[in-house]
Write a protein that binds this ligand. Structure first.
Ligand SMILES: NC(=O)c1ccc[n+]([C@@H]2O[C@H](COP(=O)([O-])OP(=O)(O)OC[C@H]3O[C@@H](n4cnc5c(N)ncnc54)[C@H](O)[C@@H]3O)[C@@H](O)[C@H]2O)c1
Length: 319
């Protein structure tokens, strides 16, 4: 089976592509190395992929690449490419979110309607729910994003649904809840905390640290993506993917600090615009229909991320 993974040099896309290859699929990965974070980190993500003869990498912008050629022989699309990050989505950079999250998804869906795909799986986000007190969040809640990023992810999710309804593009949207583990993006809290400790710097927590997140380990997210393509009759559906590890941010920070020798200074910075107070996933729908069952505990997952980042920062020198 030939499978297209967009955003293949990124955190989630690279893990997903590796798993698909391990399952015996042929994978085409596309990524343009957006400048949101260092290309060196993304090249490091690609190391195992580039040496696999069943993997083809295309360095191109989805907005301008010839999609007809790209889609040749492809039966499944995992659309992971996006401009991620809540905090950067205000102001003039909103244009980037419009282009990489909305326009790119629309272009892919237009190309998808011209071919006969088995699945088009879209990486959506818990950010679509916004700053709600209706916890846990479940798929029937009215989405009410709290950041421009959330708006762009929700709008693209709607596009996926309407291309299914109007053109039969077999889309499914997966709402990821704060994904972590090896290769986590450098703008995300755990990565920042661990990097600070590696370099002997203070940890900065935005707000009072009493915000909670439903942290989801990367391999659980990958498993859920695979489960989607193994299931028939779920086109047009949306699924929450939480990790079942909902904890206070300051609790997670304490776990990370405890993994390093000595003590660390923790400073509290201002609350960031667009950051919601709590996230908590009701993933009973994914459990029932996809057999989704997140396995990795926060302790185990953090251990793996710490080990990975120690290696990364030993081997890759960043400016
Ligand atoms: N990481 C999380 O916690 C999380 C949570 C919810 C949703 N998501 C979603 O999951 C997906 C993957 O997130 P990630 O954390 O791996 O992000 P990432 O930034 O590591 O990966 C995204 C990749 O997409 C590429 N890209 C962006 N625009 C492109 C374009 N126009 N053409 C080609 N490549 C392009 C980037 O260069 C990047 O390598 C995104 O859609 C994101 O919105 C992530």
């Amino acid at each position: 089976m030939k499978i297209l993974v967009t955003g293949a040099a990124g955190f989630i896309g690279s893990h997903l592509a590796e798993k698909l290859l391990a399952l015996g699929h042929e994978v085409v990965g596309i990524d343009v190395f957006t400048s949101y974070y260092s290309r060196k980190i993304k090249e490091y993500n690609l190391i195992n992929l580039r040496i696999n003869s069943k993997f083809t990498f295309i360095e191109a912008d989805i907005a301008t690449v010839d999609l007809k050629t790209l889609f040749q022989g492809v039966k499944i699309v995992f659309h992971q490419a996006a401009q991620a990050g809540v905090r950067a989505s205000w102001g003039k950079d909103f244009n980037v979110y419009l282009k990489d999250n909305l326009e790119v998804t629309q272009k892919l869906l237009e190309a998808a309607k011209e071919v006969s795909l088995d699945n088009f799986v879209y990486a959506s986000s818990s950010s679509v729910y916004g700053d709600t007190e209706l916890l846990p969040m479940w798929e029937r809640n009215l989405p009410k994003p709290y950041s421009p990023y959330g708006v762009s992810k929700l709008a693209a999710e709607h596009l996926c649904y309407l291309y299914w309804k109007n053109y039969g593009v077999p889309t499914v949207s997966l709402r990821y809840f704060t994904v972590y583990g090896p290769r986590q993006r450098p703008d995300m809290a755990f990565h920042k905390f661990i990097r600070a400790l590696i370099f002997g710097k203070p940890i900065e927590i935005y707000g009072d640290g009493e915000q909670t997140r439903d942290f989801t380990y990367i391999s659980d997210i990958v498993e859920a993506n695979i489960a989607v393509i193994e299931k028939k009759g779920i086109e047009g559906e949306v699924f929450n993917l939480g990790g079942g590890s909902r904890i206070f941010l300051k609790e997670a920070a304490a776990l990370i600090v405890a993994s390093f020798p000595g003590s660390a200074q923790v400073v509290y910075g201002g609350k960031q615009k667009g950051d919601v107070r709590h996230t908590a996933a009701d993933f009973s729908k994914a459990k029932e229909i996809l057999g989704y069952n997140p396995k990795v505990t926060i302790q185990e997952g953090l251990k793996n991320e710490i080990a990975y980042l120690k290696k990364l920062y030993q081997e890759v020198v960043l400016p």
